[in-house]
Ligand binder design. Structure first.
Ligand SMILES: Nc1ncnc2c1ncn2[C@@H]1O[C@H](COP(=O)(O)OP(=O)(O)OP(=O)(O)O)[C@@H](O)[C@H]1O
Ligand SMILES: [Mg+2]
Length: 237
């Protein structure tokens, strides 16, 4: 596989807490990868290391053949590496559109009109009708969509969605799932971090399970779901 993103021997500790690694993961262009694991298993820490919120203590991260391990987050975003956050924190008093214009200020990707691009993204996540409403007026589903839209204005090559479906109803989960499928069909590599098993298993071509910062299983969804170590983590002995 000619990897789009390579995570090599990445480790991260917080004081005495060894949160992650060493982990090695290769993600191919156009892939749909699921990342599962119990609470505190290091999923978000891994994403924070990949996207530049944290510097790993050890290891290397290569994106499109370039070593980005020590680059600031905004530069990684400009290269096409985007993530959504587990807990959406929009600028509550700003409109939906304004919430997208803020990150675009840091991207400076091209001379295309920023409002035009933001409107396209709002259309693609079905939030166009909410364009001029304050973010604080949004429903839980709409907040999740705004969080994804904020990541998508960067026109990423890879989107890492950290629990983008948490707290949603079944119908709303389907809505986000089809949005992520559409993005993937348009060529975006998608990494889905998720506790909602049927969603992550139906979406992913490959699933990786973390436990206490280490990969305990990796493979096709059915293989990982049937893996004894994974079942023990989720269901006990
Ligand atoms: N900023 C931080 N400071 C100190 N400890 C942290 C920090 N971020 C994460 N940790 C610790 O690192 C470990 C991994 O946490 P992380 O948030 O990566 O897990 P997770 O798999 O995303 O969990 P969840 O499914 O609950 O979101 C936990 O023990 C957590 O308490
Ligand atoms: Mg997390």
């Amino acid at each position: 596989m000619n990897a789009l993103l390579s995570i090599r021997a990445v480790e991260k500790s917080f004081g005495g807490v060894h949160a992650l690694g060493p982990v090695d993961i290769e993600i191919g262009p156009g892939e749909r990868l699921g990342l599962i694991g119990p609470n505190g298993s290091g999923k978000t820490t891994l994403i924070n290391c990949i996207t530049g919120l944290f510097r790993p203590d050890h290891g290397v991260i290569i994106f499109k053949g370039i070593d980005i391990t020590n680059e600031p987050a905004y530069r990684r975003a400009r290269r096409g590496l985007s993530r959504s956050f587990q807990i959406p924190c929009p600028f509550a008093g700003m409109t939906v559109l304004e919430n997208l214009l803020v990150p675009m200020d840091y991207l400076k990707k091209d001379s295309r009109d920023e409002i035009e691009r933001a409107d396209e993204v709002l259309q693609s996540v079905s939030l166009a009708s909410r364009r001029n409403d304050p973010a604080e007026a949004l429903s839980q589903l709409e907040l999740r969509k705004l969080e994804l839209a904020r990541a998508l204005v960067a026109e990423p090559d890879i989107l890492i969605a950290d629990e983008a479906m948490a707290g949603l109803s079944e119908a709303e989960i389907d809505d986000i799932l089809s949005l992520l499928f559409r993005l993937n069909q348009a060529g975006v590599t998608v990494v889905m971090i998720e506790h909602i098993m049927h969603a992550v298993m139906s979406f992913s071509e490959r699933v990786i399970c973390l436990q206490t910062g280490m990969i305990i299983a990796e493979g096709a969804p059915s293989e990982v779901a049937g893996n004894a170590a994974v079942q023990k983590v989720y269901f006990g002995e």
